[in-house]
Design a protein around this ligand. Structure first.
Ligand code: F6R
Length: 593
């Protein structure tokens, strides 16, 4: 949930670099932030901690420093206060720690340390870490860190610096952290965009590994160790092909809009996969005794759509389960089961936990992720990258349509019609490219202007558009805070229609398929109760009060139908004065349960 960034190298403005790096990671947490720099001239640690968004920080001139670490926080333990912001420091103040994750045994450790006279300033679980390191410091900084790590239970990515130490140390267990290698400099961060302006050379850190970056004159050295046996580990340098500008919002007011517009290209990138690999996975799905599609939130709704794709196109029965509920199905898992997990970040804790349950039963795991080297990708037996490029707005947009596209293509492959599926998707991508023009945005903004003061909205869909009705509700809720709910169109008469009253906006997701007339009939029922009908459909219908046209792409309709809803949600948020990139109470990449 939090963003970590650390720098050690030959540049003297490491603190400014950390501030800029944290701004690029702000999508991971934005309630408070802080940094610690080892001052070149003193030497001493300078700590800065603030409540609020780092993007609002107008900056100050920092003292020269080659080593600095920082953190943007999304509070879990302890309220949003300056004291609770990271870095957390030791009793004497000479050790500073930033941390992402949860130390499950922090209460026990806190009591133990308190009995020895340690006084705690914050309410965080993190604060026990610098205190523990300080407790063992006579053994040396490195050994003290190892000893402290051995006492921690839970998930973490930890980065530590010490006064008079020309070193950054870091360790990972269950929370994301990677290393960037520049020229005579290293970066350690929660995600690649943090250091993309400086390097594209990445070294991945696995769970239960620690690293030490040391300054050696003008040079910097890095060593990786296995925490279980202290053995040293060789790491490969991987050059990633993300571009710096991919992770910037450029001329757009918000990342969300930029990422919506990126969908002009991302569908084609998602389906540009090795045919042999797709066929291998299709065979695996065909041969599996039970396939589970598992994800959370938007990725979960994508999985649900995947369930429809496989049923409709390949006549293959699969099970959709939200990741946090997956363990309830452990009875049905065997070494012949296949689990297909979908995750943009590749770091979602609920998904990782579901994978642990599956692995214990010998289940094979296929993942669709956007972040290369992420925990989910690394823990899968097979993995496809959806290649959507960095997604920084909290609301998932381009990752969702990329995941949908790849799942649809896989369904066609299972049906033995891969080329037909690829053709449909390429045609859909080209229609999306035409659709995403300034006139379309202006048109949808005008629809948003008509409804933005409403407090309730309902969305209906049928077949593969039912999961998209649920996804539409997530999009609208999370960025505009309008109470939005999605329903299977046919379910209206079984309860939800009681909610409809005069003027309530109702989105109706349609495709020109066998469900069209049924859904139109449901829209008529909504209208007769006073609903204000906004049809998202390839063709107009007299029941619509507003018509948002989408291209006719047949079975790929969930992919095109969700895009105008993303745009509508974006404008609803903006018109209501909300920042769509940083919704309250939410953060990108949910690395806690
Ligand atoms: C909503 C949204 C979330 C994520 C969910 C899973 O717009 O982004 O619902 O879809 O937290 O995240 P990933 O895909 O990273 O596993």
């Amino acid at each position: 949930m939090c963003g970590i960034f650390g720098y050690l190298g030959n540049k003297e403005n490491s603190t400014e670099m950390v501030v800029e790096g944290l701004k690029r990671l702000e999508y991971r947490g934005y309630d408070s932030w802080g940094l610690a720099s080892i001052l070149q001239e003193k030497p001493a640690i300078e700590i800065v901690k603030k409540v609020g968004k780092i993007s609002d920080f107008k900056g100050k001139k920092f003292a020269k420093s080659h080593i600095a670490i920082g953190h943007s926080r999304w509070a879990t333990h302890g309220g949003v206060t300056q004291v609770n912001a990271h870095p957390q420091t030791s009793e004497k103040g000479g050790i500073a720690v930033v941390h992402n994750g949860i130390i499950e045994n922090y209460q026990e450790l806190r009591e133990e340390l308190a009995q020895e006279g340690h006084k705690f300033k914050s309410e965080t679980d993190t604060e026990v870490i610098p205190h523990l390191i300080e407790r063992y410091i006579e053994l040396g900084f490195e050994k003290a860190f190892r000893k402290a790590l051995a006492r921690l239970k839970g998930r973490f990515a930890i980065v530590v610096v010490g006064e008079k130490q020309e070193t950054i140390m870091a360790a990972r267990r269950g929370s994301p952290m990677i290393v960037g290698k520049g020229k005579d400099e290293y970066f350690v961060a929660s995600d690649i965009p943090a250091f993309l302006p400086y390097t594209r050379d990445v070294m991945y850190i696995d769970d239960n590994e620690m690293l030490i970056i040391k300054k050696n004159g003008e040079k910097a050295e890095i060593n990786f160790f296995n925490l279980k046996d202290n053995s040293e580990i060789e790491k490969r340098i991987v050059e990633i092909d993300w571009d710096y500008t991919d992770a910037e919002k450029g001329d757009f007011d918000h990342f969300m809009l930029k990422e919506i517009m990126d969908q002009k290209e991302t569908i084609c990138r998602a389906i540009n996969q090795d045919t042999k690999e797709i066929m291998k996975v299709a065979e695996r799905i065909k041969g599996a005794y039970g396939t589970f599609l598992v994800g959370c939130g938007t990725a979960g709704k994508v999985c649900m759509a995947g369930d429809y794709f496989l049923s409709k196109i390949a006549q293959k029965h699969v099970n959709f389960v939200v990741a946090s509920e997956f363990s309830a199905y452990h009875h049905f898992l065997t070494d012949k089961t296949l689990m297909v997990v979908v995750s943009q970040s590749g770091e979602t804790a609920d998904v990782l936990e579901a994978m642990e349950v599956a692995k214990k039963k010998g289940v094979q795991i296929l993942s669709l992720v956007n972040v290369e080297g992420s925990s989910i990708q690394r823990q899968s037996d097979y993995s496809f990258l959806i290649n959507a490029g960095p997604e920084k707005a909290v609301a998932s947009t381009k990752a969702a349509t990329s995941q949908l596209s790849l799942l649809l293509m896989i369904a066609y492959a299972v049906a033995g019609k891969l080329e037909e599926g690829r053709k449909l998707l390429i045609e859909s991508a080209s229609k999306i490219n035409d659709m995403l023009n300034p006139r379309y945005l202006t048109y949808i903004k005008a629809v948003a202007e008509k409804i933005y003061e409403q407090e309730n909205m309902y969305i209906i869909g049928k077949g593969e558009n039912y999961p998209m009705a649920l996804e539409s509700a997530i999009k609208i809720q999370e960025v505009s805070y309008i109470h939005a709910e999605g329903f299977a169109a046919g379910e209206l008469k079984h309860g939800p229609i009681a909610l409809i009253e005069g003027g309530v906006p109702c989105l109706v997701l349609l495709s020109k398929d066998e469900n069209y007339q049924d859904v139109i009939n449901n829209a008529v029922e909504l209208k007769s109760r006073g609903g204000y009908i906004i049809g998202i459909s390839p063709e107009n219908n007299e029941v619509f009060d507003q018509w948002i046209k989408v291209p006719d792409v047949n079975g790929a309709s969930p992919i095109v139908n969700i895009i105008p809803v993303q745009i509508l949600a974006y404008y609803l948020a903006v018109l209501r004065g909300k920042n769509p990139d940083m919704p309250r109470n939410l953060a990108k990449s949910v690395t806690v349960k």
